[in-house]
Design a protein around this ligand. Structure first.
Ligand code: CA
Ligand code: CA
Length: 426
């Protein structure tokens, strides 16, 4: 294509007319032109060759690239299989691609979770596999049962006397044949990490010969001794424990061992009639009606409060009236049985002391052998319990406090004490 114009130019030069004189010049000029043309052709040829070489080089390069691209497309790693009981994620196996592995429920993957197709057309890592999870690993079988691992479950093989999915339930027939009451129980057994069987009894039971757990009779052990007794009243032995029981009128304390009196008066659980007063006692209550003495020998009393009577003014001529008590008060003392002695039960004194001395005396009552009166200071007398009184009992004591001035009686006060002693020492 490039030679076309060059040949046309050469032909046009050859078509120049040739003369005699001018013939030598023309030949010379033709020769020059031809040499120029040859030179031109040579340079053209060289350039053409350079162009061809460049073209060939480019073609070779292009061909190389095409070969390379074709070769890359074929660079794959060998196909990977999914593990049994599992799956493989990622379908491409070309260089640079990854495959991921998962296991079905109840199985766990062992090995590489991910594998990469490397440039040397091999997968990284090792082929993983799915291993069944050991359902017995948590030692689910109780009482010495043997665990058998199955796919996604376990089975307990129970020893004699035990049943249930985890050998947790005593077999009824076996239980009855072993013991006809619940004070005997099978021990709880388990295998430790070293495979040794270890048995133990529930709290409140102890292992007896033969490997049976026998209830501890706490009442037998501790209740008989007065010092160590566990219940203040009665003890009931129970399988694995015990219970303290209180008599009627008492409530079991929060400590579960002692009994507390129920205050029927405060809780309005008494049956005292109208006009009676409710006195709470240990284990019960009493209904009382404090009454003033009836008028006698010109002496009469008036109730000044629920528990007190005051003498009305005496007629001037009545000596008997002036000798009678100026006041009579009523006092009710609840006491447990067999209280330790000596024990001060009551104190008497006066706020309106006019004379120069006070005298205290027991002037009446029942069970007087158990009481005494003593002076604690110049103005105070005390009623003292001097010997233990077993209940149930009701004791009455009348005390007198006389006020004197130069041995002349100025006034007299009477205290009527009633002690309600409960049947129990609490
Ligand atoms: Ca017990
Ligand atoms: Ca009570």
């Amino acid at each position: 294509m490039m030679f076309g114009p060059l040949f046309l130019m050469a032909l046009s030069l050859l078509q120049v007319p040739l003369g005699d004189g001018q013939g030598c010049l023309s030949k010379r000029s033709v020769l020059t032109t031809l040499r120029q043309m040859q030179k031109l052709l040579s340079s053209q040829e060289a350039a053409q060759l350079r162009g061809l070489r460049g073209l060939r080089k480019q073609l070779t390069l292009l061909q190389g690239n095409l070969h390379k691209q074709a070769a890359w497309g074929n660079e794959t790693c060998p196909p990977l299989a999914a593990p049994s009981h599992g799956r493989k994620l990622g379908k491409k196996a070309g260089v640079g691609h990854e495959a991921h592995f998962l296991c079905d429920a109840g199985f766990q993957l062992v090995g590489a979770e991910t594998r990469l197709c490397q440039e040397n057309r091999t997968w990284s890592g090792q082929q993983p596999f799915c291993k069944g999870i050991d359902d017995c690993s948590g030692q689910p079988c109780a009482n010495g049962g043997t665990c058998v691992d199955e796919v996604q479950r376990y089975v307990c093989l129970c020893p004699g006397g035990w049943t249930g999915s985890n050998c947790q339930t005593p077999a009824a027939s076996y239980w009855v044949s072993l013991s006809n009451n619940s004070f005997s129980r099978q021990p709880r057994c388990a295998e430790n990490a070293q495979g040794a069987r270890q048995c133990s009894c529930d709290a409140g039971f102890q292992m007896r010969a033969g490997g049976l757990c026998q209830d501890v009779d706490e009442c037998q052990l501790f209740q008989l001794s007065h010092q160590n007794r566990i219940c203040v009243h009665s003890c009931v032995n129970l399988p694995g424990s015990y219970r303290c029981v209180c008599p009627p009128g008492y409530l079991l304390s929060p400590d579960q061992n002692t009994c507390e009196d129920a205050d029927e008066c405060a809780e309005q659980r008494h049956n005292c009639s109208r006009g009676e007063l409710c006195i709470n006692t240990f284990g019960g209550f009493q209904c009382v009606r404090p009454e003033c003495p009836r008028p006698r020998h010109n002496t009469s009393y008036v109730k000044t409060s629920a528990f007190q009577c005051e003498r009305n003014p005496c007629p001037v001529e009545s000596q008997a009236c002036r000798q009678a008590a100026n006041s009579i008060s009523f006092h009710y003392l609840p006491l447990p049985s067999n209280r330790t002695v000596p024990r001060v039960l009551f104190r008497m004194s006066t706020t309106r002391f006019l004379g120069d001395s006070l005298r205290f005396a027991i002037t009446g009552g029942q069970g007087l052998g158990a009481f005494a009166v003593q002076r604690s200071d110049r103005h105070t007398g005390e009623l003292v319990l001097t010997s233990p009184v077993p209940g149930p009992a009701t004791l009455e004591v009348q005390l007198e406090m006389s006020e004197l001035s130069k041995k002349v009686l100025l006034g007299k006060h009477v205290f009527r004490i009633t002690a309600f002693i409960s049947p129990y020492e609490f």
